[in-house]
Write a protein that binds this ligand. Structure first.
Ligand code: FPP
Length: 239
């Protein structure tokens, strides 16, 4: 318990394949994935992980068939609305990262209302990455910083790691120490590229709907047994 990561990020992958294996529609897989969201959030809250970021919808996901995109948006609205009471009961604060402006009105409204209603909660912060692209996030930060330099507000020397971080959606939030991806895919897929620079990566072949509390704890346990060297050698860390 004295080495719990402050921030865990998750790429929830494999809902479609899970459903296909069962002869079901892809949307059924997403609906069952909501149960795993609950499991991961409960596990994170129990061991006091401060931030849990879930990759729920990437900017690339708009390219999926319209029926699936609409279904995912409906699921999101429904889930947020159903869960708000439980979030408050469990002191969970909701946040989002990504370009929320491009989300359908009903989705944006529900999200905004839930963020407002949970903003005073002091437990785990659940961060939903929605219409999120890490490259866009970094590009926007570069443009803002370039503008501030051009306006004479900052010098080149003032462009530090911290300054860049402060221009990202995740400003003020510590970088994830651990990133989990389900479904056997071993890539980052445009997710938190800056923030994951020193994160430990945990890949599991389980599809997201099969990912339960024990799997979350397993990932934390493995993380706790890794040696994080940050470019140093092992002996330096021992001393
Ligand atoms: C990836 O599986 C999953 C998604 C793109 C959506 C994740 C959404 C949920 C779990 C439900 C709603 C979430 C919240 C936070 C309420 P995939 O479709 O890429 O699966 P595949 O790779 O097998 O096709």
């Amino acid at each position: 318990m004295n080495r719990i990561p402050q921030h865990v990020a998750v790429i929830m992958d494999g809902n479609g394949r899970w459903a296909k294996e069962k002869g079901q529609e892809r949307l059924f897989g997403h609906a069952m994935g909501v149960e795993s969201v609950r499991e991961a959030l409960t596990a994170a809250s129990e061991i006091k992980v401060k931030y849990l970021t879930l990759y729920a919808f990437s900017t690339e996901n708009w390219n999926r068939p319209k029926e699936e995109v609409d279904g995912l948006m409906d699921l999101l609205v429904q889930t947020i609305s159903n869960e708000i009471e439980s979030l408050n009961k469990n002191e969970v604060r909701l946040m989002s990262i990504g370009d929320a402006n491009a989300l359908p009105d009903r989705c944006r409204a529900e999200l905004k209302s839930a963020i407002e209603k949970t903003k005073e909660n002091k437990g785990t912060t659940l961060i939903l990455a929605l219409n999120y692209s890490s490259k866009s996030e970094i590009k926007t930060a570069i443009k803002q910083i370039a503008q501030r330099y051009k306006d004479g507000e900052i010098s080149l020397d003032e462009i530090t790691d911290d300054l860049v971080s402060s221009h990202l959606y995740t400003a003020g939030i510590p970088d994830p120490e651990l990133m989990i991806r389900t479904s056997g895919e071993i890539r980052i897929s445009n997710f938190l590229l800056w923030q994951l620079a020193y994160s430990e990566l945990h890949f599991t072949t389980k599809f997201w709907p099969d990912f339960k509390k024990e799997d979350f704890y397993q990932a934390i346990y493995e993380y706790q047994h890794r040696e994080r060297r940050f470019g140093k050698v092992s002996e330096q860390l021992q001393s």
